[in-house]
Design a protein around this ligand. Structure first.
Ligand code: PHE
Length: 453
């Protein structure tokens, strides 16, 4: 049965804007900072291949499911779930899944903003020539000097949160849409420019064979779980970002085709980020498996040595910051949409108050690198706990419940109508993945994160 509701927050002007916005949400620090370094730590090609499988078999079906929920409910995740549950005669407790997303959003954005803040800081320090001819030691010291300083981290975190609130406060068409219309083309331009440049300056062949030659001897169960978790985070699943973006999607747009394109772009950007980074890492004899410091500590050494590295390096961090910015917007949006609906606050007020609360939480993450470094209940500092609870516990739980909701609880007729498909092979494949493969996959990742498998 077709259900026609209208969002009080507005609607994307076209299918293309949705594609830009959803790609902007998906493409973030997860693609450009995290994907390359975990690929580096897990031996390259085999990891990349497993990652592709996880995106197709688990990520994509759930992403389609989230968009279905959003467009059918046409409200914030909490209220969309409530409305659909009522339509389908299900328990109103399903709205708790929306609540989980709100909570996850608070936590994720609080630490995400701190890391994105590093990228903004690096635009200036790389641009100022700090890394010119720097050795690995100098580069590592530079990174440590930044994270050791609470005031510096606080400043960059505050600036990044301000940028995020600024966009969200202006609304769907006036803020989010304007931002992605400018930022996403800029992001693609910078990324292609970077790859073109590193093809010539770095060791492109070494990077190609590193990313695409699969050596399965290093693959363990952990590798698979890591790939699945990464697919999840990278596609922005499990916390309502895609639900809320789906709620602004024009009614006649085909969800499977549109989301397929978004997932393809997200994966493409992760690979391109690898192709921008690894040629430099190999070309300058650096270490690919250097972990979270890969772009901040290792890559900056390469920038310091190559012709034009000061400018190209600064642009690389512009790219990272822009990618983080469009993702951060999508993390704040579900919370703000819900506050506007539930408390009848103006969007402006909701953005400032939610952003302010997240900023306060982020101060805890800032301090975990310096003043509170020794405060580590159960072996994790505040930053690590925020990251662990949100990305390893809340996102998989959210994703699992989304799969159960659309796969098992919503009627077949409702999902068929919303997807605009006939009851054929494509629908059958989606339904099979979302009912069986995705929940099982996510469940196993979850147990692994809790240390149970
Ligand atoms: N997908 C974003 C990234 O790759 C992060 C994100 C997670 C955004 C969850 C929204 C929701 O950086």
């Amino acid at each position: 049965m077709a259900i026609v509701r209208e969002s009080i927050h507005g609607q994307w002007s076209s299918r293309w804007v949705f594609i830009l916005a959803a790609t902007g949400s998906a493409v973030g620090l997860g693609n450009i900072w995290r994907f390359p370094y975990i690929t580096g730590e897990n031996g390259g090609g085999a990891f990349v291949l497993i990652y592709f499988v996880c995106v197709i078999a688990v990520g994509l079906p759930i992403m389609i499911g989230e968009t279905v929920i959003g467009r059918r409910g046409r409200q914030s995740p909490v209220n969309s779930l409530k409305a659909i549950a009522a339509d389908e005669g299900l328990s109103s407790n399903w709205q708790l899944l929306g609540w989980l997303g709100v909570l996850a959003g608070f936590l994720i954005l609080s630490f995400y903003s701190v890391v994105a803040g590093w990228s903004v800081a690096y635009i200036f320090s790389v641009g100022a020539g700090t890394f010119t001819d720097a050795t690995s030691q100098v580069s590592a010291d530079e990174f440590k000097a930044l994270t050791d300083s609470a005031p510096r981290l606080l400043w960059w975190h505050s600036l990044f949160m301000f940028m995020t609130v600024f966009v969200v406060a202006r609304g769907v068409q006036g803020g989010l849409e304007q931002a992605v219309r400018w930022l996403m083309p800029a992001l693609f331009l910078l990324l292609f420019g970077m790859v073109g440049y590193t093809m010539n300056v770095g060791d492109f062949n070494a990077a190609l064979s590193y990313l695409f030659r699969a050596d399965f001897s290093q693959v363990t169960a952990d590798t698979i779980l890591l790939a699945l978790g990464q697919a999840f985070f990278s596609l922005s699943l499990g916390m309502g970002s895609i639900i809320v973006y789906g709620s602004y999607l024009p009614a006649n747009t085909s969800i499977p085709r549109t989301i397929g394109l978004v997932a393809l772009c997200d994966t493409g950007v992760a690979v391109l980020a690898g192709l921008a980074i690894f040629p430099l890492v190999f070309g300058f004899g650096l270490e690919p498996g250097s972990g979270p410091g890969l772009v901040f500590v290792t890559l900056t050494v390469a920038f310091g040595q190559m012709p034009g590295g000061q400018l190209v390096g600064a642009l690389f961090f512009v790219l990272l910051a822009v990618a983080g910015w469009t993702s951060a917007i999508s993390i704040l949006e579900p919370i703000v949409a819900w506050l506007v609906e539930a408390l009848r606050w103006s969007r402006h007020k909701a953005s400032v108050i939610a952003g302010g609360a997240i900023w306060v939480l982020g101060v805890g993450s800032v301090l975990s690198f310096n003043e509170w470094a020794d405060f580590q209940p159960f072996g994790k500092n505040f930053f690590d706990w925020s990251e662990f609870l949100s990305t390893s516990v809340m996102l998989p739980t959210g994703g699992l419940l989304v799969a159960v909701f659309v796969g098992w609880r919503m009627s077949r007729a409702s999902t068929l109508t919303e997807l605009g498909l006939s009851d054929g092979v494509i629908y059958g494949a989606w339904r099979f993945l979302v009912r069986f493969v995705a929940p099982l996959g996510v469940f196993v990742v979850f147990l692994n994160a809790l240390g149970l498998v």
